[in-house]
Ligand binder design. Sequence first.
Ligand code: ADP
Ligand code: MN
Length: 179
Amino acid sequence: VEDSSSKRKRPNILVTGTPGTGKTTMSTALAEATQLRHINIGDLVKEKNLHDGWDNDLECYIINEDLVCDELENTMEEGGNIVDYHGCDFFPERWFDCVVVLQTDNPVLYDRLFKRGYSESKLSNNIECEIFQVLLEEAKESYPQDRVIALKSDTIEDIDRNVSSLTDWVRNWNSSSQS
Ligand code: ADP
Ligand code: MN
């Protein structure tokens, strides 16, 4: 039986976590260090209109998951991607060799989201999402446990450490040793 990862020469990494935990900041740095391609799903959805309009209550685009997956299929099959999104349950499991869930201490996260100018309801929704580890649970339910890692993202030092350990992992990754 052919493994779905065996065709790609470089790994695909999913970077997920509550908004504000540092996905885009870390993915940008990791892409620079590894020369992997950074795909910011939020930006892609806006650029290519992969949504079904604006959700007034949640204050975000209603992402069309099927359109997003169709758009990315060939790129993901090719390998060498860092996918950055605050959700992870609708991507095909076979796409990812590693799923990183970023986590941030509540007062720190609150500060970041406040500075972003989030409304009171959007702020409390996201803080609650982080308290209940919604993204970590979603990742564990959607991917094999040994591919999911939770990483702390409170400080710049955390980003540096995470980028350097993930860069090592990418360098050592080799499709033929995957099972
Ligand atoms: P996300 O993409 O998860 O929503 P961002 O990468 O946009 O998060 O980060 C949100 C804000 O928090 C940015 O201003 C960023 O500079 C800051 N930030 C993110 N991660 C860290 C970190 N580990 N330490 C300090 N500041 C961070
Ligand atoms: Mn982001």
